[in-house]
Design a protein around this ligand. Structure first.
Ligand SMILES: *Cc1c(COP(=O)(O)O)cnc(C)c1O
Length: 389
């Protein structure tokens, strides 16, 4: 691999610019100012208000679920999904080792133990086939519940993550969940606007989590949402994330240990304006991904990661995979691109290598280990692509 050749290809896509090109920055080109000003003018900036309801309705419609509950961030959304799925202290929860730390942290908040699973070459996400073989070896069912025979702990749920917007192969994963009585919770923090077999991600799990952090496809400053098709769980999610207050004219009465996880109205106002622009963002991001793919096709030693066959990806973060033989040049490529004003980043350090998750159970993780050595993220803001809408 010739690093300067890769740099030339990237420059060809991004164009000449004196400004540092960041990995993902938001675009505010719609009703953001009007809606936020409306919050300020009316004084409805905080924990209740019409934009929260509107944002939740818009999200449910867009993703095709019965109920969306807006919360303060994606990590809080994951935490609530796990609690509502019945994850208890002492349980194990399966997740990919290649993920952002929030997935594993949320499991720990429940007093449960992350249990790390390998990734699949074709999706970058949790490998359902490898998981099936692994569970066959280590798991057993006792009265309709799954137990880890080695640790004795109950395995309650599995949390796949749609890496950089590319959907996990969900059908075979659903088969595994059915066979081993595991609850499916999707970490869809990166996949708003991504579809698996024509159905939006976040519709497949019993519960799913979205994030609207500043670097995601749309942003509310900070924010997240819980998605579910179970109306009762949806109502409980709203109750639990809004301090579990029993509705009353004046009394402050709470019937559970609740959480103050609700999204402020002023953030929801931003979210409404952003969601209106999402189809345009997705078109531009798709054009950008196609441009990268074309420009990099002729470059030796690297491969642009394209969406899996059965899916339509939002291309949240464009991803380059170095050939096995070139992975020792990863840091050199990172140096050259960043020094030239083009922000590139390696993937996350794998979860099982972090000190707090070092002792957690895990399977053989060779595909994720290979990804860690070979993966580089490219600038992916919607503003870098043309809108052919
Ligand atoms: C962004 C993200 C989250 C949630 O992040 P917040 O910053 O808490 O909104 C969770 N999981 C993954 C994989 C993410 O990328």
């Amino acid at each position: 691999m010739d690093c300067t050749e890769v740099l030339k290809a990237l420059k060809g896509v991004i164009g000449q610019s004196d400004k540092f090109v960041s990995l993902h920055e938001p675009t505010f080109a719609g009703n953001e100012w009007d809606y936020v000003k409306d919050c300020l003018d009316t004084g409805w900036v905080s924990s209740v208000g019409s934009y929260v309801d509107r944002f939740e309705t818009m999200l449910a419609e867009y993703t095709g679920v019965k109920r969306a509950v807006a919360v303060v961030n994606g990590t809080a959304a994951l935490h609530m999904c796990l609690l509502l799925a019945g994850v208890k202290a002492g349980d194990e929860v399966l997740l990919p080792t290649l993920t952002f730390v929030a997935t594993a942290n949320a499991i720990s908040y429940c007093g449960a133990m992350p249990h790390f699973i390998d990734s699949e070459e074709t999706t970058l996400g949790l490998d359902p086939h490898k998981l099936a073989d692994y569970l066959c070896e280590i798991a057993e069912l006792r009265s309709e519940e799954c137990f880890n025979r080695k640790t004795g702990r109950r395995i309650k749920a599995v949390v796949p993550m749609h890496t950089y917007g590319h959907p996990v192969d969900l059908d075979p994963l659903l088969d595994v969940c059915e066979r081993y009585k595991l609850v499916l919770i999707e970490d869809a923090a990166e996949s708003l606007g991504s579809y698996y077999k024509g159905k939006h991600t976040g519709q497949w799990g019993k519960l799913s989590a979205l994030s609207f952090n500043g670097n995601k496809v749309i942003t509310t400053g900070g924010g997240g949402a819980i998605l579910t098709n179970d109306e009762e769980l949806g109502a409980l999610a709203k109750h639990l994330t809004t301090t579990a207050k029993v509705p009353h004219k004046w009394e402050f009465k709470h019937d559970m240990v609740g959480y103050n996880y609700r999204l402020p109205n002023i953030n929801a106002a931003l979210g409404c304006a952003q969601l209106e622009q999402l189809p345009g963002f997705l078109r531009r991001k798709r054009t950008l991904a196609q441009n990268y793919q074309q420009a990099l096709a002729a470059v030796d030693g690297v491969q642009f990661f394209a969406e899996p066959e059965q899916s339509k990806s939002n291309y949240w973060l464009n991803t380059l995979l170095l050939d096995d033989t070139c992975c020792e040049q990863r840091d050199e490529l990172l140096e050259i691109t960043n020094a030239s004003g083009i922000m590139t980043r390696p993937t996350w350090t794998l979860m099982h290598k972090l000190p707090m998750f070092n002792d957690c159970p895990r399977m053989e993780l060779s595909v994720a280990e290979s990804f860690e050595r070979r993966m580089i993220n490219l600038p992916s803001s919607a503003s870098l692509g043309a809108d052919h809408g």
